[in-house]
Ligand binder design. Structure first.
Ligand code: NI
Ligand code: MN
Length: 233
């Protein structure tokens, strides 16, 4: 079974592993570029990178409706529990857990993490996924950081990153230029841009970014429109 990545806009991704669908950072109904409504989302698990509104806004509604387990840091799990989510899997940086289709490791991210009500949202994170025989890195909201060299290292089976999803919006995360530096360390086969184009402050020319990635020989790069999918190579 191929592993398929669908960008629904902003930093929200549906990852069809062939043995279940993972939803990363649910943000639909208040996202100006979202390709679908929260009520139409089908998923088997939800992965959250941090507590900011544009990453958790629809987590409670979707988790409650679908019964999908939410994988997230301890503080986010506590908050979701207080808001009626029955199934959370609390973890923290460095932890690796089984998810539908394989495993997910909570990786570093350099960012912040607080809920709209001011509650502490724990450490922000990225996700390193081994699902459906593919290795996929979802950076989450972060600046570029040197540990990306480690994250990109092949596993003991010799598998490096098949795909890397990176923010390119700048201002709140790394921008296009630093994402090239990130790709230099990650050595992924395919690079996909995220966290841009949602609002004017994070507008970017993603086509130009893709040209730069390919011209530098860093990865294949694909720019998706919200609602579009790509099969992981
Ligand atoms: Ni954020
Ligand atoms: Mn964000």
């Amino acid at each position: 079974m191929p592993v398929t990545l669908t960008w629904t806009g902003h930093a929200t991704w549906l990852i069809d592993t062939g043995a279940g669908t993972l939803l990363v950072d649910p943000f639909f109904d208040e996202c100006p570029t979202a390709s679908m409504r929260a009520e139409d989302v089908a998923c088997d698990a939800i992965l959250v990178t941090h507590a900011h509104f544009d990453h958790v806004a629809d987590a409670v509604a979707i988790a409650t409706r679908t019964g999908a387990t939410v994988f997230c840091n301890y503080e986010i799990a506590q908050w979701l529990g207080r808001h009626g989510v029955a199934k959370t899997h609390a973890m923290n940086l460095g932890g690796r857990v089984a998810v539908p289709g394989g495993h997910a490791k909570m990786e570093l991210a350099h960012h912040s993490s607080s809920f709209v009500d001011g509650a502490y949202g724990g450490s922000p994170s990225g996700w390193l996924l081994d699902v459906g025989g593919k290795r996929i890195y979802v950076a989450g909201d972060t600046s570029v950081f040197l540990d990306m060299e480690r994250i990109g290292r092949p596993d003991r089976g010799g598998r490096g990153l098949d795909a890397a999803i990176l923010p390119i919006g700048d201002l709140f995360t790394m921008g296009p230029e630093d994402s090239l530096e990130a790709l230099r360390m990650l050595r992924a086969k395919l690079a996909l841009p995220s966290h841009y184009g949602t609002w004017p402050p994070i507008e970017q020319d993603a086509a130009e970014w893709a040209r730069a990635v390919k011209a530098a020989g860093l990865a294949d790069a694909r720019v998706l429109a919200p609602g579009e999918s790509v099969v992981v190579p």
